[in-house]
Ligand binder design. Structure first.
Ligand code: BES
Ligand code: MN
Ligand code: ZN
Length: 504
């Protein structure tokens, strides 16, 4: 990841390859900023160049500076209409500028924050939040997954240092706070994206568990890993059954961050960790099956969040739980029609071996009870039906507690990792009734995201619980402002925002 820092320097003595300045699109505010720019650049700038700059969102323009500047270039990044300005638009503008620098093969850039320090553009946010948003855009927009390229050029880009420049002494600390927050959060998102993008040949339950252990311990968490024997002895029948068809044994990972008071109850985060989902005996069609290397995106979100929460030393207690399996077909695999027993003894008729995520989550939801949690949030690439319903721009949300639902909704708006509630009405419950067991793992053609949610609800105890179906938001088909095709790392920014709201 690029290194993010905050500093205070005279604009002419900043030694970056380019200065980054922001420009709005509406005439009034644009004029005053252009006037300042004209004064800064003097005769070296042709006035027509300034006239041509529209300030539209995503638009970047490169200008060249006169000799008195140490930095040779200015990259102007449009932020659109100042009236509509939001933290999300700043993430996009931050990304657009950094991506232009990457295309130009620059190795360092400096973001000029004076228009925000001086309130030249109206925006109802703290300077810490503004710097954080710009830095998130810069870091997340320049993410690449290049580990497997052998060509040096493809493996890295030269952009290394991104600094955020305070024009005054009394704002430097606020900017520092925002940059510190952004670098820790983005490191968590990078980890989640890397895990999602790593193919199943290299990422399987044991390696997923080992990476979770190494990264989260480094950040200050306590990590415990249950192996197959321990999982069997705990009678986690969902995990045991789903992993049966694979040569790779399952793992159950417990990550703890105790930043809160000693006896305070924790928030429990559960992440679906299917390292590859072939569907099992109910095998999936081959087109697009490769995307199922990302079926552990829920686990990746939890690992990235735990790492970020610990590095930020959030004053809350959090437990991350990750059931990890590979869903493969083989002579040892479970079959459609089999009846299995979840950790609490409840029986499940496996109508379809491709509805495997809910089976391993059921064990984790039962296990979560041990912690007497304040609330449990699970994240899972659970259903294709959720992608059909909401596409790639909203995560499906279901739960039993309106206050957790509302707080996650608010965190979703702030982080722009938005969530949308689907109903868990009683009427849906009968769709997963089994003729021979307590419940079956599939609900038929309609309301697939909801019947999956209802299945999970059957294993939820009396704690507040929310389920997030990230099937559409974790796996992206194209590049956008600060996300790339592939694993989005969704959930880390949402959960960190939420946990910050929850701290007491
Ligand atoms: N991992 C898939 C869901 C999925 C699909 C995630 C597409 C991301 C993109 C899950 O295990 C699955 O296969 N679900 C089935 C459930 C069905 C058999 C009840 C589905 O959605 O088809
Ligand atoms: Mn499946
Ligand atoms: Zn799956």
């Amino acid at each position: 990841m690029i290194s993010l820092r905050a500093e205070r320097k005279e604009v002419t003595s900043i030694k970056s390859d380019a200065l980054i300045m922001f420009i709005p699109s509406d005439e009034k505010n644009k004029k005053s900023i252009k006037r300042k720019l004209g004064a800064l650049l003097g005769k070296s700038i042709v006035p027509t160049v300034l006239d041509d700059i529209k300030g539209k969102q995503g638009e970047t323009t490169v200008l060249y500076t006169p000799d008195i500047f140490s930095a040779k270039r200015i990259i102007l990044s449009g932020i659109g209409e100042s009236e509509k300005l939001s933290l999300e638009y700043l993430r996009r503008a931050g990304a657009a500028a950094a991506k232009t620098a990457v295309r130009m093969k620059l190795s360092s850039v400096a973001y000029m924050l004076d228009i925000f320090e001086n309130n030249d553009v109206p925006l109802n946010a703290s300077l810490a939040d503004i710097s954080c948003a710009l830095a998130e855009g810069a870091a997340l927009g320049t993410y690449t997954f290049s580990h497997y390229f052998t060509d040096e050029e493809q493996r890295s880009h030269p952009l290394q240092t991104v600094s955020f420049n305070a024009s005054r002494k009394n704002t430097l600390n606020d900017i520092k706070e925002g940059i510190y927050k952004a670098s820790n959060i983005c490191r968590g998102v990078y980890l989640a994206r890397d895990l999602g993008n790593t193919p199943g040949i290299d990422l399987y339950p044991e390696t997923l568990a080992a990476i979770a252990r190494d990264e989260c311990r480094k950040a200050g968490c306590k990590v415990t890993i249950f192996d197959e024997k321990k999982i069997q002895s705990l009678k986690m029948g969902g995990i045991v059954s789903v992993s049966k068809g694979s040569e790779r044994p399952p793992r159950f990972v417990i990550i703890e961050w105790n930043g809160g008071k000693r006896l305070e109850k924790p928030y429990v985060l559960i992440g679906k960790g299917i390292t590859f989902d072939t569907g099992g005996i109910s095998i999936k069609p081959s087109a697009g099956m490769g995307d199922m290397k990302m079926d552990m995106s829920g686990a990746a979100a939890v690992i990235g969040t735990m790492q970020a929460a610990a590095s930020l030393k959030l004053p809350v207690n959090i437990v991350g739980l990750i059931p990890a399996c590979e869903n493969m077909p083989s002579g040892k695999a479970i079959r459609p029609g089999d009846v299995i027993r979840i950790m609490n003894g409840k029986t499940v008729e496996v109508d379809n071996t491709d509805a495997e995520g809910r089976l391993i989550l059921a064990d984790a939801l039962v296990f979560a009870k041990r912690y007497k949690p304040k609330a449990v949030v699970d994240l899972a690439t659970l259903t294709g039906a959720c992608v059909v319903a909401l596409g790639h721009y909203a995560t499906g949300m279901m739960g039993n507690d309106s206050s957790v639902i509302e707080s996650l909704k608010a965190a979703g708006e702030r982080s722009y990792e938005r969530v949308w509630e689907l109903p868990l009405y009683d009427e849906y419950e009968k769709l997963i009734k089994s003729d021979i067991a307590d419940v079956k793992n599939m609900g038929g053609r309609w309301a697939g995201a909801i019947t999956a949610g209802w299945f999970l609800k059957k294993f939820v105890d009396d704690y507040p619980w929310v389920h997030l179906d990230i099937a559409g938001t974790a796996i992206l088909a194209e590049n956008a402002d600060y996300t790339q095709k592939g694993a989005s790392g969704i959930g880390v920014r949402l959960l960190i925002e939420w946990l910050r709201m929850m701290r007491t």
